[in-house]
Design a protein around this ligand. Sequence first.
Ligand code: C2E
Ligand code: MG
Ligand code: MG
Ligand code: MG
Length: 283
Amino acid sequence: AAKAQTGSHVRRYAVELDDRARAEAQLGAELRAALDTGQFRLVYQPIVSLPDARVVSVEALIRWHHPERGLINPVDFIPVAEQNGLIVELGAWILRTACAQAVTWHTSQASSTPVRVSVNVSARQLAEPDFADLVAEVLAWTGLSAHNLIIEVTETAVFRGGQSVQTVKDLHQLGVRIALDDFGTGHSSLGLLHTVPVDVLKVDKSFVDTITMAGRHAVIATALIQVADGLGLSAVAEGVETAEQAAELYRLGYRLAQGYHFGRPVAEPDFHGTVIAAETAVA
Ligand code: C2E
Ligand code: MG
Ligand code: MG
Ligand code: MG
């Protein structure tokens, strides 16, 4: 009986794996159609200066508005797009759209200063031999200055092989700023700083979450701002959800932050941000 039961567990597991593989294959096929019929949108989340909550840049984040399934978040389809290669084409669309939008905001006076936009780039895109050329073309085509574009990479992506390390160097040479995303996690660590030029460390939300707790919880956030300061890099604290966290980050020396406390990702961010600024001032 025990054996039969184990067998049925194994079978159920196999069926579940099969279902999952099928669902992913289905999703992969739908991604193509989604790109062709305009189901993707970008939303933008402010990155603000502490303590005044002035918007200094925005991070572009992709959303999929599926006709039947509704809103699908990037964690549920970016890996699939990465797997089947569509991320290359999708990523080019993301880059063009984000850069064009940044220029539009400035020309339409939605922002009185030029808008800096941060774009996430995945391993497969970075490994493409012509990725730096694509970025140069998009900058020329949209008229965005290179120094107003920030490319967010992870260590995992940079070390995936191929051209990636050279591509990051080429991007930096163009004047594009390089941000190391999820810094401090397994995806991005100190080692990378010896290999590629980095301008910004994005300190992972996991280190911000515990910052206001007593004891040792702020040690890593403290160490990471010291690394950034010591190397002359900017540091952005990710995933700031409360005023207490913002105040503590400021006290530790952080001057840039991003998180729901300052603003969720939206289609049209408020570049003047006066409403939030009053609530979030921590100095
Ligand atoms: P990420 O680049 O680290 O982006 C930050 C994620 O944290 C975003 O999730 C954002 O909505 C979320 N977030 C921001 N503030 C808070 C907060 O205060 N609390 C909480 N709980 N979450 C917060 P999102 O948009 O779901 O994106 C998840 C990940 O998917 C991104 O992590 C990035 O790795 C990837 N991704 C998103 N958009 C793109 C894209 O256009 N291209 C590529 N290649 N990857 C993308
Ligand atoms: Mg990011
Ligand atoms: Mg991040
Ligand atoms: Mg992250």
